[in-house]
Design a protein around this ligand. Structure first.
Ligand SMILES: [Cu+2]
Length: 662
């Protein structure tokens, strides 16, 4: 129920006080009509039903933009009155109504602006491809005065994923505030084909909801199809289903969309205007960076049972935050207790269950293969660690081969080197003063060991009544991966199927624990082929200190990492992973002492080898988003000093790793 008190909550007053926007001023002098309109509740739009009335080769949609209450964290959580789109006579929606038709369809949109006293500008309601008659300039937008409507006719020809968006401020795409949910998907299907069973995800962002932080990333709420995790829908598939997704980033930040458990093949990338089919063979990724305003389409086969997270790898966008209008509060309570923060914001979960007729659930669950090697991974607190600024370390040893290490490293974990295909056990021992859980980033395996507490794993399937008990009784375990309490432990089984550079990292209290040091590289190599002298894992993370975080990154746990020594004439592999907070646009560069670019050869992306034709020497510069892994070969021919720099997209040096070649 929305009551008047919701409308006049402190959030609303604060929202009005701070806002500079046109339509808000109208709410201060709100008419009876505004209030009545505002009580309408936004429905999260899962984009499974198309809007409008479908004719033979036309679709007609009657829409309006109006104010309504949006509750991104769930119906029982705080809401906010914002302008949104609705189909006339239906509940308002975030994202807006889905315009979907086969190529060749004529679309008629009647759009009314019912936002009191605000001029609405809508972009994107035009033909695809955009048609520009000779002698005219193309405009992607229409201006609709308050209380009026316009009828737009355009033809959707070119198949692809697009969107429309509106603004009440007249600003360009840069919408973080009140009008930021005025976005909707446009999907053009292949003509003559049945509408595929795909999913359309629209990413939205909302800022300015808490007044107590000066740092914008602490104030950002990122939503998927109008809801923040865990309030949104999960996505269900049967094992073997071919999954097709369209992702539209209608927000003004880039996102690093990471899929747990699977690689997805990116088929197209685009934006509001164009959608380009990719012809390269190198678009099999577990993490796809999607720029502000960008789109992508991807596919994969859901051949692994269990529940899998699909989320933005940037903890600034997928860590739990306070409900709308409230900050999440400090990570540490007044008496020193540490608040556990599971995920929130830009995330959903994929549930893969047995296909109909698949009776393999009757069999006892397969036991993980007997581990060929066992590792013990001890997470502990380092000297100087405080509740507010924790410094954690990891001592890793192979049980029975190496003695436990006395030191734990600082702010970065040691590299875990595994052989491809070899089953191992990693005993994660939590001696931290807070609960934790470890995610095995990019490593395909069993859902339960993927490590996301309460998500990874699967609901147990009850046997039918009168079913005989299974022949072998498997050891019982909880259905979902646990949160590892302080002084508790969790045995993880891995059998990495492919070689490459991966990572492990904390997946609760994520930015806090990763910055403290619960992050490290995993390198999977052909059996016993890994040579530590030729391979340089480079883990980039963020400092705990929030002031330092704005201007620096840590490379291998330090703002002043120890130099690497390389021999002239050798071929060295740089294996970089980005687990910073809020840096999806990080740029890595390798430079000579005189600041010119050195040359390197791209070798792998996200653990997938690049095509041989692409492994050519080139200027050493790459963008690496959160959660991505990038491998390069550096074969220095002359001695001297080099440096690997991590830069912001505008070129500011955030961190530097010296390389000495002799
Ligand atoms: Cu993000």
């Amino acid at each position: 129920m929305v009551t008047r008190s919701t409308l006049l909550s402190p959030l609303k007053l604060d929202f009005v006080r701070r806002s500079r926007l046109v339509f808000v001023s109208c709410m201060i002098a709100s008419t009876h009509e505004t209030l009545a309109q505002g009580t309408e509740r936004v429905r999260a739009n899962d984009n499974r039903a198309r809007a409008g009335v479908q004719g033979v080769s036309t679709v007609a949609i009657r829409m309006e933009a109006k104010l309504a209450m949006w509750h991104p964290d769930g119906d029982d959580k705080p809401g906010v009155l914002i302008p949104v789109f609705a189909e006339l006579g239906r509940a308002p929606q975030v994202p807006g109504p889905l315009i979907r038709a086969p190529g060749g369809t004529d679309v008629i949109v009647m759009l009314r602006n019912s936002i009191p006293n605000a001029t609405l500008i809508v972009h994107g309601l035009h033909a695809r491809p955009p048609i520009v008659p000779i002698g005219t300039t193309f405009s992607d937008s229409v201006v609709i005065a308050p209380g009026t409507y316009q009828t737009l006719r355009f033809k959707l020809d070119r198949p692809g994923t697009y969107y429309y968006w509106g603004t009440t401020t007249g600003r360009p795409f840069e919408r973080r505030g009140e009008d930021a949910q005025l976005s909707g998907a446009i999907v053009v299907d292949e003509p003559g084909e049945r509408t595929p069973r795909d999913r359309v995800f629209v990413i939205g962002m909302w800022a300015d909801t808490t007044a107590d932080s000066s740092r914008h990333r602490q104030r950002e709420l990122v939503v998927l199809n109008g809801r923040a995790w865990p309030a949104g829908d999960r996505v269900q598939y049967s094992r073997g289903d071919v999954v097709r997704w369209r992702v539209i980033n209608a927000s003004v930040d880039a996102h690093a969309m990471h899929l747990h458990g699977f690689y997805h093949r990116v088929l197209r990338r685009g934006d509001a205007m164009v959608d380009t089919v990719l012809a390269t063979g190198t678009d099999l990724v577990h993490t796809e960076r999607v720029a502000a305003g960008g789109t992508y389409s991807a596919t994969f086969t859901a051949d692994r049972l269990g529940t899998w997270l699909f989320h933005c790898e940037d903890p600034a966008h997928s860590e739990a935050r306070g409900p709308l209008g409230f900050s999440a509060g400090p990570g540490v309570t007044a008496n020193g207790g540490i608040v556990t923060r599971p995920l929130g914001g830009l995330a959903t979960a994929i549930e893969v269950t047995h296909a109909e007729g698949d009776t393999s659930w009757k069999l006892p669950p397969p036991l993980p293969p007997y581990p060929a090697r066992r590792f013990r991974m001890l997470l502990r607190q380092n000297l100087g660690s405080t509740a507010d600024i924790p410094i954690y370390g990891i001592a890793l040893n192979e049980v029975g081969i190496e003695a436990p290490r006395p030191d734990s490293g600082q702010r970065v974990g040691p590299t875990l080197v595994l052989n491809r295909g070899e089953p191992v056990s990693v005993w994660v021992v939590n001696n931290l003063p807070e609960p934790t859980a470890i995610s095995w980033h990019g490593i395909e395996g069993e859902s339960f060991y993927d490590g996301v507490p309460g998500v990874s794993g699967a609901k147990p399937i009850p046997p039918p009544r009168n079913a005989p008990p299974p022949a072998v009784t498997a050891p019982t375990r909880p259905p979902y991966a646990p949160l590892i309490a302080p002084n508790d432990s969790f045995e993880v089984r891995l059998q990495p199927p492919r070689s490459g550079t991966f990572a492990y990292h904390a997946i609760v209290n994520q930015s806090r624990q990763m910055r403290a040091g619960i992050v490290g590289a995993v390198v999977v190599a052909e059996r016993n082929r890994y040579d530590a002298a030729l391979n340089f894992p480079v883990v980039i993370s963020s400092p705990s200190d929030s002031v330092a975080e704005e201007v620096a990154v840590l490379i291998n746990g330090s703002t002043t990492p120890a130099p690497l020594d390389l021999r002239r004439g050798g071929a060295f592999r740089i294996r970089a992973v980005n687990f910073t907070a809020g840096r999806p646009d990080l740029v890595l560069e390798l430079r000579h002492q005189d600041s010119t670019y050195a040359a390197w050869r791209p070798m792998a992306r996200d653990g997938i080898d690049v095509a041989p034709a692409e492994r050519v020497p080139q200027a050493a510069r790459v963008m690496i988003s959160n959660g991505q892994a990038r491998d390069f070969e550096f074969a220095p021919l002359r001695s001297g000093d080099y440096r690997l720099e991590a830069r912001s997209p505008s070129g500011t040096v955030l961190g530097e790793l010296p390389l000495r070649v002799y």
